[in-house]
Design a protein around this ligand. Sequence first.
Ligand SMILES: [Zn+2]
Length: 332
Amino acid sequence: MVTGMQTPVFIDDLPDSSAVGSRKSERYRQVRNRALAEMLLDEAVTWHERPCPACGQDRASSRNFSQALMPFQRCSACNTIYAARVPDQRHLDQERLQMLSDLPPEPADSAKSTREFEFVSILNWLRLTEARHGKPLNTVAEYRFSSQAPSLPQTVERIGSTRDWTFLPLSDSGSANFGDLRDHLQASSPDAVLLYGEMDRIAEPAQLLRVVRANLPRGSLVFIATSCADGLEYEILGADSPSFVPLDRLNIFSVGGFSALVEELGYKAIEISTPGRLDAVILQKYFTEIEGSDVPFWSGFFRSANKDRLHDLQILLQRSLRSGVMRFVLET
Ligand SMILES: [Zn+2]
């Protein structure tokens, strides 16, 4: 399925492990888990059970991934990890808006923001795809990531994108069934849509993809970045992975599962990559800091690996589509 597809390698330099430590603080994890517990107790929240959100395989034939607060499954057909019961999207959005308003603001000097690297990487991704496919992307609609990353619009402006960007933040009105996005697509027909980190945290990812495809001209491009269940971090650590915050990871698609889903919905996948840079560094940090965290082969590997060895491993993971972050470019 992915044979012959581009699998670009993005890494140039490994980040420092100190940059990883603050990424998902224990405090953040506790806040999110408390929010989840409150939703579980809130009678106004509607929950629904579901099969694998990627390939539709019945939950009964999947494996248990985690029971923490709510059950997660690992699909035995496509390797996707998913919450077996999800809250309704309206309450998810309300809770997320609340969480975002409680977070400390980003540093004022966005040039020094640790997110700058990420934003530049997104802009390069669009530019390289545009060059590769000879398709000008003059207008881009970004959905909801700017709520998570408020300095994104300024960075895009400052780095001199010649594109015309529209940022559609998470809102508590008009976003039912992604109607805000639908209205924008119908009114503007952008050349590209960017969905960054959104697939992980919504109750019905297929529904969002349907809205996008139904309201764009054929031949438009959709850029999607999401967590990847095939990543070495999830393979080794499972639910102990520092990236696994249940409320933010209702869907962790595998490469194969997400490929099957988008094909089923009528998209054509034109690029697949797993450009994650952090897997090796996260795993080394885990095995050197957590007492008694012994896994055959890997704990010894990571405890003794120097920076060159970690770098080699990270490149191998990217090349073999085994990093914890994946990117898809789809054509409508
Ligand atoms: Zn599946």
